[in-house]
Design a protein around this ligand. Structure first.
Ligand code: 8YV
Length: 320
């Protein structure tokens, strides 16, 4: 039997590409060039399935124009907000994602954002690299202590729960809001808030772990930021769309927020230039899951899903 043909839109780890070579007719992108929608549609013409990243946008229009032979979009990502799932369902295309395998890496990065923002890590680093460290005093680069503080988590799914576990290592008191309350064991002592009204005023730190959905768009807006304690710190390793960036910048400028840590942005990678002007903003370039271990695991998980689809079985991580 001939191997199914697979369009791989970005350069993947060597181990993952080797498995693709073994089991599929791979159409690779060795230069790791970002395809336009037109190219995506054109290159899909030779494929039975696509293995994309969140950088490829499968709008309803793109999905409608994909060749009929495309059976699946097996994402190399847990987030699927770059795919119009209804359009995929209508066209009979199976869509999968890669949950679980990037949980640890993303929670780890969330702790880095919390610590980096609170302790002014990039500000200090920039100072040294610019050759401008020429003083020391007790008032120099004083930040916010993390240990023992209250951490509010919005979105207590896989990543939120592991972030809570890591934060407990810093004696943080965990409060959370989620669409539904977790069971006692998963809560592990965290306090559930049915709505944000009670969560926000006590969140000295606030970590966003909710997906980008119509109801979470601009969830952290000016009004909600104002309900945080003065000097709170906000971190986002979920999706840029859940933060009103104008409101965040205003709050960082006014001192309402002491600092923020961001890994994701509304219009990445073309982020707004005024972000870079704020000393109290700790910025990373969407690298939540960027560890060697996790990248391999994401690729293998996407391939497990494809293997199931081509074997006529239900893939483990079907989202449409
Ligand atoms: C990935 C992510 O690196 O999986 C996700 O949803 O946001 C990132 O951690 C990226 O999406 C890869 O496509």
């Amino acid at each position: 039997m001939s191997k199914p043909s697979l369009l791989i839109t970005r350069k993947l780890p060597a181990n993952v590409e080797a498995r693709i070579q073994r089991d599929y007719e791979g159409i690779f992108n060795p230069e790791d060039r970002l395809y336009s929608s037109e190219e995506l549609i054109e290159y899909s013409g030779r494929a039975d399935a696509i293995l994309p990243c969140h950088t490829e946008h499968f709008s309803a229009d793109v999905i409608r124009r994909l060749p009929d032979r495309i059976r699946a979009i097996a994402n190399f990502s847990v987030g699927v907000d770059h795919c119009d799932l209804d359009a995929a369902r209508q066209k009979g295309i199976v869509v999968t994602n890669t949950p679980d395998v990037l949980t640890d890496a993303t929670a780890e990065l969330t702790m880095l954002l919390i610590l980096g923002a609170a302790r002014r890590a990039s500000e200090g680093e920039r100072l040294i690299r610019a050759g401008q460290w020429n003083t020391w005093s007790p008032a120099f680069m004083v930040g916010t202590q993390v240990t023992g503080k209250r951490l509010g988590i919005i979105g207590m799914g896989r990543v939120g729960q592991v972030t809570a576990r890591r934060a407990r290592g810093f004696d943080m008191e965990i409060h959370y809001h989620n669409r539904r309350r977790l069971d006692r064991a998963a809560e592990n002592g965290a306090t559930y808030h049915e709505n944000l009204d009670t969560l926000l005023p006590l969140s000295e730190f606030l970590a966003l772990h909710c997906p980008n959905l119509p109801e979470t768009h601009d969830l952290l807006n000016a009004e909600r930021i104002n309900r945080l304690p003065d000097g709170a710190i906000v971190v986002n390793s979920a999706r840029g769309a859940v933060v009103d960036e104008d409101a965040l910048i205003d709050a960082l400028k006014s001192g309402k927020l002491a600092a923020a840590g961001l890994d994701v942005y509304k219009n990445e990678p073309a982020i707004r230039p005024d972000f870079a002007e704020l000393d109290n903003l700790f910025l990373l370039p969407h690298v939540g899951s960027a560890t060697r271990e996790t990248r391999d695991a994401m690729g293998f998980r996407a391939l497990d899903n494809l293997d199931a689809i081509f074997a006529g079985e239900e893939p483990k991580d079907r989202v449409a």
